[in-house]
Ligand binder design. Structure first.
Ligand code: SF4
Ligand code: SF4
Length: 66
């Protein structure tokens, strides 16, 4: 099963990754990161490793593993 790692301190909460994920595997975290931003979290329930989230992230906060 593929999975991603999100660097929650790098994430600026733009939500672009949420909009492109075909499997709805990413959601907004209610908890703030150290910069006072709501980052995103990985749901880990069916990622297909497509890498779209990592490609679209402007801050390179996502790594994909297969
Ligand atoms: S690799 Fe693809 S399926 Fe997995 S979280 Fe990213 S966009 Fe979603
Ligand atoms: S695209 Fe990158 S910076 Fe934007 S919410 Fe997703 S992980 Fe955070």
């Amino acid at each position: 099963m593929a999975y991603i790692k999100i660097n929650r301190e790098k994430c600026k909460g733009c939500m672009l990754c949420i909009s492109v994920c075909p499997k709805k595997q990413i959601k907004r975290d209610e908890a703030l990161n150290k910069r006072g931003i709501n980052p995103v979290i990985f749901l880990d329930s069916g990622c297909n490793g497509c890498t779209l989230c990592a490609v679209v992230c402007p801050d390179m906060a996502i790594e994909v593993y297969k």
